[in-house]
Design a protein around this ligand. Structure first.
Ligand SMILES: [Zn+2]
Length: 84
């Protein structure tokens, strides 16, 4: 997978966003909700919320809501590398 999944404006995204109060599950800092909340597209690219698998798919983690959380794109990528 070359790029993390971009969360669509889906009910799942909405539920996770509410549960986490808009904060990253990995670093705990707030995430921008939309591209218009950040000054530059490059910042959005790093900080945008992405779906993160709590148990990685490589380790058999399912594609289900109870195995998903929202995290910054940069945090998600860092985690992926650490486990690879
Ligand atoms: Zn983060």
């Amino acid at each position: 997978m070359s790029q993390p999944i971009r969360p669509p404006d889906s009910p799942l995204f909405e539920r996770l966003w509410q549960v986490q109060s808009g904060c990253c599950a990995l670093c705990g800092k707030p995430m921008p909700r939309s591209r218009f909340e950040v000054a530059h597209a490059t910042i959005w690219k790093r900080e945008r919320p992405t779906f993160d698998h709590i148990v990685p798919r490589a380790a058999g983690g399912p594609d289900r809501e109870d195995n998903l959380q929202l995290a910054h794109a940069r945090c998600n990528r860092r985690k992926g590398r650490a486990q690879a």
